[in-house]
Design a binder for this molecule. Structure first.
Ligand code: UN1
Length: 494
């Protein structure tokens, strides 16, 4: 089988790691299928990338924002033209089914067009002064060199959330993609270059967190780190960045819940649960990993859900009949299996699944059966900790107040959802939910790029990706006062 060699992109050229070391990446649906060999980079490669990113800052900052936007517009067009080929590669590399891989690329396309438009906006404010003949406005300044560390679950969408706003705000950037999805990231960078991005503006450095991520975070010339991944790594990054006065934007875990009240449209709720819990094999930070059911409808809905989960078709995401692909790797398979044991020890009742799935061709990959626990209590670890797999914990409640209490009863705060046909209950939940994202009559997944994305509590650190809020991560406000009175005027005094 072919084993293509992929490279870093540093200082305007495709290159191996300085040490010459490599790692290979496999298809999680079929371990025999090798995606390619990639540079196992380290601090030396990061150093070269930073030097190059620094050398290109000035030229990029002189480029008018609409011109920067035109490049992103072309990126959107190229992504559109190559969507199918890129989706095939992403499915092979990451495992998500083709329909979802197309969605991932579509999110990058949306982000490209949305951010391209920002090239002609980058809105600031003009506001009145308290003094005569004095003009007040705000401008956005770039931050500098950005280190962008991205996860494997959205191999193009999440890099696009970080790279495009970083570039439109006139920063230069170093992308360190997850080592489970480096091929998709390489294609992404190739497309930016093809669209006309000045080559030294963006650097691509492949490798592990400890070997590449850590030197990136610790490099004194990197002004900003944007990270999506685990809460533990995020905390370590935040601690370092706060000590060294670096700007840091974090998007970490979730323990999202979908509430179904007794007045809900149950057919709709059922579709939402299946999609929210088992879409992308539960490997979204927005995945619905808790289902909170009002008692009256709990047994009917659980029964119908069980039927659906048992019949989900597992397999290679490249086959159009497949409904759920594999987990990303062996480690994740072990983690999910461990949580099943934890749930059982805690006294939750395993209704279905709970084990790796090895039927037929699936024996070659990291497949895991759709898993449902019932009799779950909010304090159990399976109801508190992020599992990142196709595992759903069902919690029964008496009424909406208890439902909202349970939904909020986690250390995370990304996405919460409620199914009800009662507008008063819906608005009550919208206000009472402690999360960055709320859905009514839709599952916890499915954010759109023109709206802020992110969460509160242990999910984030106060920033929001996508939308115009992303610009606040990648730029610094500069407040400008122009006094054209010709005399000294004293604010708050005159
Ligand atoms: C993620 O899981 O990290 O809202 C991102 C969604 C997608 C993005 C998810 N648009 O589910």
């Amino acid at each position: 089988m072919a084993n293509p060699k992929f490279l870093n992109f540093i200082d305007g050229a495709w290159c191996s790691s300085k040490s010459g070391k490599t790692f290979s990446n496999i298809n999680p649906a079929n371990k025999d299928d090798i995606i390619g060999t990639f540079p196992a980079s380290d601090a030396q490669d990061v150093q070269k990338a930073v030097e190059s990113a620094a050398s290109s800052l000035e030229e990029w900052q002189k480029t008018p924002p609409p011109k920067r936007g035109e490049i992103l517009f072309r990126v959107g067009e190229i992504l559109q033209n190559r969507k199918e080929e890129l989706a095939q590669l992403m499915t092979r590399e990451m495992g998500k089914i083709l329909r979802e891989a197309r969605g991932d690329i579509q999110e990058a396309i949306d982000m490209a067009f949305y951010t391209a438009g920002e090239g002609r906006r980058l809105l600031g404010q003009t506001v009145p002064s308290e003094l005569p003949n004095k003009f007040c406005m705000t401008l956005r300044d770039p931050v500098g060199i950005c280190g962008l560390i991205t996860p494997w679950n959205f191999p193009m969408a999440i890099p696009s959330w970080k790279v495009f706003p970083a570039l439109i705000c006139a920063n230069t950037a170093i992308l360190k993609p997850a080592s489970d999805t480096p091929a998709s990231a390489t294609k992404f960078v190739e497309i930016l270059l093809e669209a006309g991005l000045p080559p030294k503006t963006l650097q691509l450095v492949h490798g592990t967190g400890p070997e590449v991520g850590t030197p990136l975070v610790k490099h004194p010339q990197i002004e900003l780190i944007s990270f999506t991944g685990s809460s533990q790594t995020g905390q370590e990054i935040a601690a370092y960045c706060s000590q060294h006065h670096k700007k840091v934007s974090l998007e970490m875990g979730g323990k999202n819940a979908q509430i179904v009240l007794e007045d809900a449209n149950l057919d709709l709720a059922l579709e939402g649960i299946v999609w929210g819990a088992f879409g992308t094999t539960g490997q979204r930070c927005t995945a619905s990993s808790r289902l909170i059911l009002q008692k009256k409808i709990a047994s009917e809905l659980t029964h119908r859900l069980l039927n659906r989960a048992k019949n989900l078709k597992l397999g290679s995401g490249l086959l159009s009949s497949t409904e759920m692909g594999p987990l990303i790797n062996q480690k994740q398979l072990e983690k999910v299996s461990e949580y099943v044991q934890i749930g059982q020890k805690e006294g939750a009742q395993l209704l279905t699944g709970g084990h790796p799935y090895r039927e037929g061709e699936c024996s070659k990959g990291f497949f895991f059966s759709p898993t449902i626990f019932t009799n779950v209590h909010s304090q159990m670890r399976i109801a508190q900790e992020e599992i990142f797999g196709p595992v759903l914990a069902i919690i029964e409640v008496e009424d909406i107040e208890e439902a909202i209490h349970v939904a909020n009863d986690t250390s995370y705060g990304l996405s919460l959802s409620i199914y009800t046909q009662d507008i008063n209950q819906a608005f009550h939940a919208i206000r009472a939910f402690k999360s960055g994202i709320v859905y009514v009559n839709a599952p916890t997944i499915g954010a759109e790029v023109q709206l802020p994305f992110g969460g509160i509590k242990h999910t984030g650190n106060g920033h929001r990706e996508a939308a115009q809020t992303a610009l606040d991560i990648f730029s610094e406000w500069k407040t400008v006062f122009i006094d054209h009175s010709g005399r000294l005027q004293k604010a708050q005094i005159d």
